[in-house]
Design a protein around this ligand. Sequence first.
Ligand SMILES: *[C@@H]1O[C@H](CO)[C@@H](O)[C@H](O)[C@H]1NC(C)=O
Ligand SMILES: *[C@@H]1O[C@H](CO)[C@@H](O)[C@H](O)[C@H]1NC(C)=O
Ligand SMILES: *[C@@H]1O[C@H](CO)[C@@H](O)[C@H](O)[C@H]1NC(C)=O
Ligand SMILES: *[C@@H]1O[C@H](CO)[C@@H](O)[C@H](O)[C@H]1NC(C)=O
Length: 443
Amino acid sequence: MDNTKEIKGKLYFLFIATLIFILCIAVRTPRTYRAVPQPRGVLNMACPLRISERTITRLNSTKHLLVSAYMDQRVDGLDVRIIGIFKRDSIQPLYCVFCCAGQLSNTNPGTILQHSDNFGFPYVTTDVMCQIPQNCDATHVGLLTQPGGERVFNQTWLPIRNQKAKGKEEEKLQFNFTVCISNLFGDYNNVLQFAQTLEMYRLLGVNRVVIYNTSCGPDLDRLLQSYSQEGFVEMVPWPIDQHLNPSRGWLFSQSGGDVHYFSQLTTLNECIYRSMDRSRYVLLNDIDEIIMPYKHNNLMSMLEMLQQQHPNTGVYLIENHIFPKKHFEPSGRFHLPRWNGVPGVNILEHIYREDPDRESYHPHKMIVKPRLVEWTSVHEVIKNSGQQFKVPMDVCRIIHVRVALRQSLTLEQLNEDKRLWDFQEQLIPSVDKVLRRAGLGQS
Ligand SMILES: *[C@@H]1O[C@H](CO)[C@@H](O)[C@H](O)[C@H]1NC(C)=O
Ligand SMILES: *[C@@H]1O[C@H](CO)[C@@H](O)[C@H](O)[C@H]1NC(C)=O
Ligand SMILES: *[C@@H]1O[C@H](CO)[C@@H](O)[C@H](O)[C@H]1NC(C)=O
Ligand SMILES: *[C@@H]1O[C@H](CO)[C@@H](O)[C@H](O)[C@H]1NC(C)=O
């Protein structure tokens, strides 16, 4: 019995070995008749792995920066998307090289896709699409300026993330909602508003907040350290200022600089790919904005309704509504003495809402299904499958406490809106707890 098994096993092994041998021959023989030639396979050389530990890596002997690589097989013949920041006037052919379970692959030309929204800046978010060669169990990818894998010496490799994208079912997603906060910079130290915003989001069903951090103020740093230890916040270091002269504005002709607003467009796209395999929905908004359901008490029940009414929608556009911070609600009931020592705006004290100026351009923010998005901008998605839907403002709107946008409006011309107060009973103790944990304010 066992003997037969052994012989069977040996025969099986011989069969597989022969098959691999034939395959290798076939790979080495040029096959001109093949319609779409797949890139040739694996070289008999170990990859000298030097994996990039940084979030921004310069591509050697070019002006371009690389950020991350994600498996993305939504389009036939393209397997891996490398997200980068490229200098527009220096685009050159690039060659993909893979590390296939420890073996170096041959190179093949990458497809370079510059994002369309560059706002006139010299650097733009750029994706390089790479095809995985035959017989390659790809773990890492790199880019070269010349073909030929033999040239790879001190290549810096990017790990390929989202490896199991294909087999994963929707039910197994780890998160329902991820909030992507792009680009913390300067000495931003608006701690109270930030703690209130994050705790509000937690109550609404958000599971993860991803923050791209160039720099921040000392108290906010403490709060964020504490949040990321807990795991609710995921900090991504974003030292863009060490590589480029990032602009603080959004238009090159007005503000100059190398790249739009601390390369916000790159971080938003990066966050969508980072979330694609683990989060059902992604919210794209700024640090001082809350995407707030007005008819439901959490985001999931709102999205369940919206999905039912608009089943083919992948992008929900949410209107921005400004609550000027110069107007305080008169009772002062949420002016809590224990928050006096905490820097920042207390959003519970600002309940007067501007009507948007319908005559002028009115920007939205978004809730997206990440797997239906290919490229995003700040206020719209620029490449996607699925439809977009403008969510009516009685269903959902953004609560955005900041300096007034329409300065000329008087208090009487604003709308009273106490939506945040509906959550105060849970919100205030939660905020107290995170402030205490971070050692901020009085206990
Ligand atoms: C690779 O890098 C190491 C140290 O960083 C250096 O000593 C070596 O000369 C480099 N090799 C090549 C071929 O560039
Ligand atoms: C960078 O490229 C130069 C030539 O283009 C090469 O000599 C050098 O070894 C490369 N360094 C790394 C770290 O790849
Ligand atoms: C996601 O939403 C569903 C439905 O509301 C809920 O049962 C589940 O616990 C949520 N998952 C997470 C991780 O919050
Ligand atoms: C944000 O980045 C700055 C600059 O690198 C760093 O000093 C700070 O500790 C970072 N904060 C967090 C919470 O990661």
